[in-house]
Write a protein that binds this ligand. Structure first.
Ligand code: URA
Length: 236
């Protein structure tokens, strides 16, 4: 692929801006300055540097963000900044529409949020048909009883669904810490299920989606690349 097109596809500006970046000598590959926008490179495994910042080529982007509280997952936020503001410009400007959140977390929910520009992957991860498990760490207002765990596992009725919804797994970790695994993504699902079972969510954190776990060293507000493509074993 031509160097200026590589930069364009990875979100480093318009075609013209990318050409100028190369001509201006701001792009390095393998320790060598590359000043010819038409030079061809194999993209597999390619890492280029723009203004000293290394950037690995990804045909499709998939990133993990540690969402802090106080951010909305919407692209058009209403009351708080968007999670998109936590990402560097190239991820937002990749050719096509840039990355977008895979599903949503509430403004006050923290933890693992995936973002991608791969439409098929978004469908696979969010469609209830694929049953991708999402793990939530729930801090409850009242002490967790066995009856609460049983109710969440056997199913509770929510106001917008006639049939009970159940957690795929539910574990009492401590008096006020519940670990819940869901395979659907209904609106405020954890909070509404816990309320329907007679308790209340004081804090909510997502720790995993499928086989992807929030990396321990990833601080709130930070992002990193995720393995891609998604393991077929997870997204059956
Ligand atoms: N369930 C909720 O209630 N809120 C979230 O943010 C995610 C799941």
């Amino acid at each position: 692929m031509r160097l200026s097109h590589i930069l364009f596809s990875q979100g480093f500006g318009t075609r013209r801006e990318c050409e100028h970046r190369v001509l201006a000598g701001t792009v390095h590959i393998g320790g060598r300055v590359c000043e010819d926008p038409d030079e061809e490179f194999t993209t597999e495994g390619l890492v280029f540097e723009v203004e000293g910042r290394p950037w690995p080529f990804h045909a499709k982007a998939l990133v993990m963000l540690h969402k802090p509280a106080g951010y909305e997952c919407s692209m058009k936020p209403r009351h708080h900044p968007s999670v998109m503001s936590l990402l560097p410009a190239p991820l937002r400007l990749r050719s096509g529409a840039g990355v977008q959140p895979v599903g949503r977390l509430d403004e006050d929910t923290t933890g693992l949020l995936l973002l991608t520009d791969d439409g098929a992957l978004i469908h696979r991860l969010t469609s209830p048909k694929h049953h991708v498990p999402k793990v939530y760490e729930v801090t409850t207002r009242h002490a967790i009883s066995q009856a609460l765990v049983d109710a969440l596992c056997s199913g509770v009725v929510l106001d917008d669904a006639p049939t009970p919804v159940r957690a795929q797994a539910c574990e009492r970790v401590s008096d006020h810490h519940l670990r819940m695994t869901l395979t659907e993504g209904k609106y405020h699902q954890v909070k509404r299920m816990v309320a329907a079972a007679g308790n209340r969510v004081d804090a909510l954190h997502r720790s995993a989606i499928g086989e992807l776990t929030l990396p321990e060293g990833l601080a709130p507000g930070q992002w990193c690349w995720a393995p891609h493509p998604w393991s077929p074993a997870v997204a059956r």
